[in-house]
Design a protein around this ligand. Structure first.
Ligand code: PLP
Length: 383
């Protein structure tokens, strides 16, 4: 079978996350009281009104293929959202709806990368960025972080070459939960404009933000808007991960090329999910306000109760924290936490950082209380 597998696929590294997840599941099946802090999706159900709207769509017969770029009314709702919430004007033809933001990203890399083109990916990164760049024939070029776990500007400048096609920006960030300030985004934008590269701005955690306003890099200037491809979706904001709806907003030529790829691969996302996403985006804040408040309470609880010895960048958004415990190697630390304290976490190695682990607080406060007790015990035993 080995002979049949493409060289491209062989370039992908096996993920340490999957290995630990499997181990945690096996232990849970054997009856161990595992606390799972690996989860990458809200632990809340999709709001009932969204489900009802989708049920009505089925009853009304919305069961056919939609336009390649997505349902017109959904794209209209996205344009309205971008104008109202991000101060950005896009035309209907500049929006493409896909099967989740992950699929949007894949379509983008497929449409911009020639073999050997480079994409700058700031560390720590969401695991799928480098994997997708490699699948599409590109080369991920990693950029170091500064003391706030944000892009190290000097390093970024040194990494731009003639082959650089794009940079990925993710704020609020998975895995750290950090959020970029306007000034920091302006600094990055200046470099992007000067070098005429694209910015793939992953804004899927836009609404899960606690102490700040989200700023889309595209909103800084017309020049920056022309070089940005915004990626967003309904998965995280509306607890709709399983519905698989994401979208992009960018210049029409790029949107057309992305739609061409989509048209020949998936046609378009599910018509029912698009209807549900339309309702979610139209209704907006009322549907996610309570969930975000709950995430904030959990973030505050963790920040207050994690032992002092644990270091982390201060989380201002998403539902993750990135922890360092006495510089212990991330894989070793994850295994120890699982085997000794029955806590499942994600090793930072998968995000490009060896001595950190990612925890997710997309779980109940009761579970987080138990986790804190066990982490405290773990830390005491280390000293
Ligand atoms: C940073 C980031 N971008 C994109 C995605 C993809 O989201 P989806 O495909 O569910 O819309 C995720 C999901 O975990 C993510 O963490």
């Amino acid at each position: 079978m080995e002979n049949f597998i493409s060289e491209r696929t062989k370039l992908l590294k096996p993920s340490a996350t999957l290995y630990l997840n499997r181990k945690a599941k096996e232990m849970k099946m054997k009856g161990f009281d595992i606390i799972n802090l690996t989860v990458g999706e809200p632990d809340f159900d999709t709001p009932w009104e969204i489900k009802e709207y989708a049920i009505k769509a089925i009853k009304d017969g919305y069961t056919k293929y939609t336009e390649e770029k997505g349902l017109k009314e959904l794209r209209e709702a996205i344009c309205e959202k971008l104008e109202k919430e991000n101060n950005l004007n896009y035309d209907l033809e500049e929006i493409v709806v896909s099967n989740g933001a992950k699929h949007s990203l894949f379509n983008i890399f497929m449409s911009i990368l020639n073999t050997g083109d480079e994409v700058i990916i700031p560390i720590p990164y969401w695991v799928s960025y480098p994997a997708m760049v490699i699948i599409c024939g590109g080369i991920p070029v990693f950029c170091k972080y500064n003391d706030k776990f944000k892009i190290d500007i000097d390093h970024l400048k040194s990494k731009i070459s003639k082959k650089t096609k794009a940079i990925v920006l993710n704020t609020p960030s998975n895995p750290t939960g950090i959020v970029y300030d306007k000034k920091e985004i302006e600094e990055i934008a200046e470099i992007i404009i000067k070098n005429k590269i694209l910015c793939i701005s992953d804004e899927v955690y836009e609404k899960i933000i606690f102490d700040k306003e989200h700023i889309s890099i595209a909103s800084l200037s017309e020049d920056m808007k022309n070089l940005t491809i915004i990626v967003n979706g309904v998965s995280k904001t509306f607890a709709m991960t399983g519905w698989r709806i994401g979208y992009i907003a960018c210049k029409k030529e790029m949107a057309d090329s992305i739609a061409k790829i989509q048209g020949q691969t998936t046609s378009a996302p599910s018509s029912i999910s698009q209807k549900a996403a339309y309702y979610a985006i139209k209704e907006g804040e009322n549907l996610y306000k309570n969930m975000v408040e709950e995430f904030k309470k959990r973030r505050d609880f963790l920040v207050k109760n994690l032992p002092n010895i644990i270091k982390y960048p201060y989380p201002e958004g998403a539902f993750y924290m990135f922890l360092n415990i006495k510089d212990i190697n991330s894989k070793e630390l994850s295994e120890k936490l699982l085997m000794e304290k029955l806590i499942a976490v994600v090793p930072g190695e998968d995000f490009g950082v060896d001595n950190y682990i990612r925890i997710s607080y997309a779980t109940s406060i009761e579970n987080l209380k138990k986790a804190i007790e066990r982490i405290n015990e773990f830390v005491e035993e280390l000293i």
